[in-house]
Write a protein that binds this ligand. Structure first.
Ligand code: NAD
Length: 489
């Protein structure tokens, strides 16, 4: 069993299928680029339909012809914990590779990408050993009815690049717990960390074929989503791709979970002590260089405190350390790709053209000539109708919007195509709770925004369908079967 963490170079040119490193059927390749320097740091194989067919066939075999789906929960949990142990021995490599590829500051990847996968495996392993898969109900029209929870089958898991390992495990940990098997398609921007995951699976007690990994782009993802061997699709990514996937799954009547984009509101109430809360505010609005789906990038400020709040945020953003993602002093790293940098710059230009006023940032920091950097940017004088208040930017850009009273703040917060996250900032928790109850969103925080892995996470409106995390995240990989038992003799 391997004890080191980096995948050997030749494995990077292979797919992880049926517990083995398998040579690609074609010559498609994916160049991996270091976001801080723009340098190429590797090349991996990209999946073609034949490769995906092989991965689905392996997952199908493991589901249909092995004892994995019917193992006693305690045995499945033990195998999941063995994977958690293997991942912990590779956590430094995972953090480093994620940061290098997508620009996530190393302090964040060390606290999330390196840690969360094992935490989720242990959490869901505990959940299945604590809860029986079958329960008896005294029914309404039948005296004895059994409800069974069964695994949904072979899952297609499509992963974005922004938190590649954490978001893989929002799916992988509960689906393993449920007894499903999976074909994972990582995003082309972040494939090296997926190789580390494959290496860990191979070294663990997870049986061959239960987890298969085939990197590729949108075409490979679309092929996998519509594959006849797939029973359920779990997707995290953009709303545009989510709509396309939802359409296919609708036609196939295939269960699907969609975790999509957001444009959440951070509502600052008139009693909030913002300077005292800036650490939490950073996490809720700019975490991971703004490349986090739930961030509250529409900052709603009471009109009579508007100037003061813009000044506080401007000074704060100006003081953030922007630099190489692998430097532990860095608070804002580069964006994940040249395409992403251009997209964010396009939104900044549009924000100015529509009447917004940049108070700090607005483009590439002068001292950082290489890599996909955009300086933290604060926009004042933004109206909720402006493009930068309506569309997801996915970069370090905040739009500060004034409101007259709480009713108007709630109305602006709810005036969005999206409904994923959000936050309320106040000296009075009860007032915060009252506002939080009125905002139409899948989750919301008071004076911070931090996911609780034991609680459901997901969106409403264009932010998605279904929930991940918590017991609800396990239910997403189970189908219920009802067995009508005869009346007791
Ligand atoms: P993306 O939608 O372009 O790609 C996501 C993944 O889907 C990639 O693996 C990609 O190859 C694949 N893909 C793209 N089109 C596809 C299609 N038609 N069929 C099948 N697969 C397809 O998104 P991205 O740029 O990688 O990620 C950023 C987006 O993800 C942002 O909009 C962000 O808000 C969203 N996101 C949402 C959450 C959440 O939990 N709600 C979490 C992280 C990111």
């Amino acid at each position: 069993m391997p004890t080191t963490s980096s995948p050997p170079v030749d494995q990077a040119e292979r797919f992880f299928i049926g517990g083995q490193w398998v040579a690609p059927t074609g010559t498609e390749s994916i160049d991996v680029v270091d976001a801080s320097s723009g340098r190429n740091i590797g090349t991996v194989a990209g999946a073609r339909p034949d490769d995906i067919d092989a991965a689905v066939a392996a997952a199908r075999r493991a589901f249909d012809h092995s004892d994995w789906p019917t193992l006693a929960p305690v045995e499945r949990a033990a195998k999941m914990r063995s994977l958690a142990r293997e991942l912990r021995t590779r956590s430094d490599d995972t953090a480093r590779l994620v940061s290098s590829q997508n620009g996530m500051p190393i302090t964040i990847s060390s606290a999330t990408e390196a840690v969360v996968p094992a935490v989720l495996l242990d959490y869901y392993a505990g959940l299945i050993t604590d809860r029986p898969d079958e329960e008896m109900r005294a029914g309404i029209t039948n005296a004895r009815t059994m409800i069974r929870r069964e695994p949904v089958g072979v899952v297609a898991a499509i992963i974005p690049w922004n938190f590649p390992q954490t978001l893989t495990f929002f799916k992988l940990a509960p689906l393993l717990a449920a007894g499903c098997t999976v074909v994972i398609k990582p995003s082309p921007e972040t494939v090296l960390d997926a190789q580390v995951l494959a290496d860990a699976v191979r070294a663990s007690d997870i049986p061959d074929g239960v987890v298969n990994i085939v990197p590729g782009g949108a075409e490979a993802g679309a092929y996998l989503v519509g594959h006849p061997g797939i029973d359920k699709v779990a997707f995290t990514g953009s709303t545009a791709a989510g709509r396309a996937i939802g359409e296919v799954c609708g036609r196939l009547i295939r269960p699907v979970t969609l975790e999509l984009g957001g444009k959440s509101a951070s509502v600052i109430l008139d009693d909030a002590d913002l300077p005292a809360l800036l650490g939490q505010f950073f996490e809720a609005t700019l975490m991971n260089n703004g490349q986090t789906c739930y961030l509250g990038t529409r900052v709603l400020a009471p009109s009579h405190r508007y100037g003061e709040i813009v000044d506080t945020l401007t000074d704060f953003a100006r003081a953030l350390v922007v630099g190489d993602a692998l430097d532990s002093a860095t608070q804002i790293g580069p964006l994940a790709s040249a395409r992403q940098q251009q997209r964010v710059q396009g939104y900044i230009d549009k924000g100015v053209a529509e009447g917004g006023r940049v108070t700090t940032g607005g483009g590439r920091p002068a001292e950082l000539e290489q890599g996909w950097f955009v300086a933290p940017t604060i926009f004042a004088d933004v109206d909720n109708s402006h493009t930068i208040a309506r569309e997801e930017i996915f970069g370090p850009v905040l739009a500060v919007i004034p409101y007259r009273d709480i009713d108007e703040a709630v109305q602006i917060a709810n005036d969005s195509e999206f409904g994923l996250g959000g936050s309320v900032w106040t000296a009075d928790e009860q007032r915060g709770l009252e506002v939080a109850r009125c905002i139409r969103t899948g989750s919301i925080g008071i004076n911070h925004y931090s996911l609780d892995f034991g609680a459901p996470f997901g969106g409403i409106k264009a932010s998605g369908l279904g929930r991940e995390l918590g017991p609800e995240g396990l239910a997403a990989y189970q189908s219920t079967k009802t067995i009508y038992l005869p009346p007791a003799g």
